[in-house]
Design a protein around this ligand. Sequence first.
Ligand SMILES: [Zn+2]
Ligand SMILES: [Zn+2]
Length: 298
Amino acid sequence: MDALGCALLPAFCTLCGSPLPQLSSVPICNACWTEFPVQSGPSCACCGDTLAAPALSSGPPVGTSSAALCRPCRLAPPPFVRAVAYGLYQDRMKQAIHALKYDRLHPAARRLGRMLAEAIAQLAAEAPAEMLVVPVPLHRSKNAQRGFNQARSLAAHALGFLRKTHPEWRLTLAPSTLMRLRATESQAGLTFRQRRLNVRGAFTVSDPSAVAGKHILVIDDIFTTGATARAAAQALARAGAASVWVATLARARRVSNTGGFAVAYDDETEDNPGLPGNAPGATLQGASVFSSHGQPSF
Ligand SMILES: [Zn+2]
Ligand SMILES: [Zn+2]
């Protein structure tokens, strides 16, 4: 099956279209692999979001402990300890995740899994020595439609790498831990608050006794507002998890306008089938993400 798959793949890079020097099971050229955008500058100590200059200036004086937290994390502390990501969800990263999810470019999962492993490794110094690794599940109907869960695939590959680089770290894949109760609507174009409401109560823990007292690492492909991560972590915490951590392959960059209040997310999230009508970076009309009526949901 693999050999057949290789033979049928085009000898052009899926991402940039340049000819590949040799037939590869992963039709992405080396140049593209080096162009995955990384995050730079100061970031939130909890969710890892980039701390923009306006957020810093409107926050407490530099030097206080909360200065390193973004505004959403200050207003509503997430039910997870820390979220890390490998790179930004844009350009080559965005293309590669799309290729994996919608074009079923399974061979890319291994290389992307290595990137996820690098993100997880950022937690090595502070995270517990033993953790259950829980991919964010798709709803049954979506899983049937797509045929696989990219978060689970990425997690499995990442653990393969981490077993070599961090053999002492006891990370156990527990893919059936979380269940998605309902098929949530596409998150694209929703505000921070709408996203939270959209996924609130979307997850449940299949066997709470398997989670009680355990440290959990939640895995997903994209971290946008953190609404999905919060909902998953909330379900795990309710089941008695000792702590919840989050690692994703990519993080959507928050695009602030001049006022710093209306915020769009350059993402399509895991629930968007990528239809032409759902253009990435859909702006939120008049949305005030941090509006006063947007009380913390968690
Ligand atoms: Zn390329
Ligand atoms: Zn934050």
